[in-house]
Design a protein around this ligand. Structure first.
Ligand SMILES: Cc1cc2nc3c(=O)[nH]c(=O)nc-3n(C[C@H](O)[C@H](O)[C@H](O)COP(=O)(O)OP(=O)(O)OC[C@H]3O[C@@H](n4cnc5c(N)ncnc54)[C@H](O)[C@@H]3O)c2cc1C
Length: 536
């Protein structure tokens, strides 16, 4: 069939499936997760309408209950600063790491895995030991097998068949294979010369990093003559997957950090080509968030958005909007941790410090769409090859593929499941993402999956769509090493305003968010321990 005709037929089928021209009942579904109106409420209620009643007090306040805010709260409580309150805009804690449930089946709303932490992410490892995910056996760290991603982990649809792993296949002796080998050598060289770590601030920021941060990853690859189509697709995919933007937009530092800070890059046939172990759950990182939030109890105040932060000589005053009641509340404490994106922090702080103004203007966020397809049974595959994996990707696709919420089940009996398909979008698509009608997005999701799974129309029962308008900071050239981010992460021993969010790393993963939260919580706890603040 001619490609144009095939595309037209797929689009018609997708349209029918999404309920626009569907015989019988229309497809059930709609928008789920964050309501853009709530986030934008920051702009809607004028500040002079925020006058409130009595001032409530605490030893420390945390704004934002994403991974960073929750890690900050944990650090404070561990250090004995127990009288804290954590304010969260949404009805649940977790931010980008929340979960969702479709007809009783748990799935991730956003973040879905955590690689086993390396030696530099020791605060994450300590916490995983604390909650029993990691154990020490005969001096070695061992993970709880139940939560390690079961095999097969990943597969790629290319050349009409499914292949294990995400690296496009390349025959021995081919030009592609040779470029894979050259790229592997370049990554190893960058690891030796620059050094990478997660959290990224554990690798000293040297001239080698500065040079990489001054150009895009695509420019750096072009400079080495690495232009093979399959290699470049794979590297683009990696950048879109971790940073929400392609190699032409992220810095060479970011492109190399992706490989250098974790597993390196292994050309096919390389001896040390073992895949990285990752922890995952049907509900994704919401499993981690649940464990991080549980000890907070009533210290966590959900559906409370921070609207105004005023820092005075004797403390901080915070005005929050109770989203349930539609009323304002005032809180006071010696210090506050702002664990929200930098553009939000800049909006709510009275007279924001210059570094915050710069950071808010510097950081651009990629919007993301996550589509949850509720199926009454697993899908059939078009094409032969590797069997269904946890992560399933389509070479050349617009999306980043889908993960299967049923993958970690021990019982092999085919059952209803939910596939969560990930779409990293361009900033120009943010407005369309905020549109009330979910069906045009549903059509795109279905159109992408139909060629892979022809029985999708029979299996699909519901399609829920989660939108993340400002999902993750894009590490464009000049962002990661910017002095404003360094200044905000190290706000000084006497500050009353601490910052903790993955934005401060210029990109967003669990370990960066957790690391910033832990650092800020410890810094505030040290202020208490040094007697900088007197208990009321
Ligand atoms: C679709 C998607 C998939 C991802 N997948 C992964 C993955 O698999 N693994 C991984 O490691 N990372 C992943 N990430 C990255 C993820 O962002 C980080 O892992 C982490 O969750 C970031 O945490 P954070 O606390 O820095 O930020 P956020 O998640 O942004 O948390 C900020 C919190 O502040 C709240 N807030 C905002 N404004 C206010 C206000 N005015 N008052 C009160 N509260 C407010 C927000 O509601 C939110 O809860 C993914 C991200 C997205 C969007």
């Amino acid at each position: 069939m001619r490609p144009a005709r095939r595309q037209a037929l797929l689009a018609t089928a997708a349209l029918a499936l999404a309920g626009c021209a569907r015989p019988g009942p229309p497809l059930q579904g709609g928008w789920v997760g964050s309501d853009p109106a709530r986030g934008h409420g920051l702009r809607a209620v004028p500040r002079d309408k925020l006058a409130t009643g009595p001032v409530q007090r605490a030893a420390a306040l945390v704004v934002g209950a994403g991974v960073a805010g929750l890690a900050a709260a944990r650090a404070l409580m561990q250090a004995g600063v127990d009288d804290i309150r954590v304010f969260e805009l949404e009805d649940q804690a977790g931010g980008n790491s929340r979960g969702h449930v479709v007809d009783g089946i748990a799935c991730p709303l956003g973040a879905h895995y955590l690689p086993l932490p390396g030696p530099q992410a020791h605060e994450v490892a300590d916490w995983l030991h604390e909650i029993g995910l990691l154990h020490t056996v005969a001096g070695r760290t061992v993970a709880d097998e139940r939560h390690l991603c079961h095999s097969p982990q990943e597969r790629l649809f290319i050349d009409g068949a499914w292949h294990e792993g995400l690296l496009p296949p390349a025959a021995s002796g081919s030009a592609t294979r040779a470029e894979y080998q050259r790229f592997a050598a370049a990554v190893a060289r960058a690891q030796r010369e620059a050094g990478f770590a997660i959290p990224s601030r554990r690798a000293p920021w040297t001239d080698a990093h500065r040079r990489l941060d001054a150009q895009t990853f695509a420019q750096w690859l072009d400079g080495l003559g690495l232009r093979d189509e399959r290699l470049r697709w794979y590297l683009d995919y990696a950048c879109r997957d971790d940073y929400g933007a392609p190699a032409a937009e992220v810095s060479a530092w970011a492109g190399l950090h992706y490989f250098g800070s974790r597993h390196g890059f292994h050309a096919p046939g390389a001896e040390d080509g073992e895949r990285e172990a990752v922890l995952t759950w049907p509900e994704g990182n919401a499993w981690l968030v649940r464990h991080l939030a549980a000890p907070l109890g009533e210290r966590l105040l959900a559906a409370r958005s921070a609207r105004r932060v005023s820092v005075g000589r004797h403390g901080v005053e915070l005005t929050v909007w109770n989203e349930g009641r539609g009323t304002a509340e005032t809180w006071a404490a010696p210090a506050v941790i702002l664990a929200v994106p930098m553009h939000v922090a800049a909006r709510i702080v009275d007279a924001p410090p210059p570094a915050l103004v710069v950071a808010a203007a510097l950081i651009t966020h990629a919007p993301w769409l996550v589509a949850h397809l509720r199926l009454d049974a697993p899908l059939l595959d078009r094409g032969v090859g590797a069997s269904a994996a946890w992560d399933n990707v389509y070479y050349g696709g617009a999306s980043l593929g889908y993960v299967d919420a049923g993958h970690q089940r021990m019982d092999p009996t085919p059952r209803p499941t939910v596939l969560s398909a990930y779409w990293a979008l361009a900033a120009a698509q943010r407005a369309a993402l905020a549109a009330p009608d979910w069906r045009p997005w549903a059509q795109q999701v279905i159109a992408e999956l139909l060629p892979l799974h022809p029985d999708l129309p029979q299996r699909l029962q519901r399609l829920d769509l989660a939108r993340h308008g400002h999902a993750m900071a894009v590490p464009r050239p000049g962002v990661r090493g910017h002095a404003a981010l360094v200044a905000l992460a190290d706000a000084g021993p006497a500050t009353r305003l601490h910052f903790a969010h993955a934005d401060l790393s210029g990109y967003s993963v669990f370990e960066e968010a957790f690391g910033h939260g832990h650092r800020a919580g410890m810094a505030l706890a040290r202020q208490w321990q040094r007697g900088l603040f007197r208990r009321a």
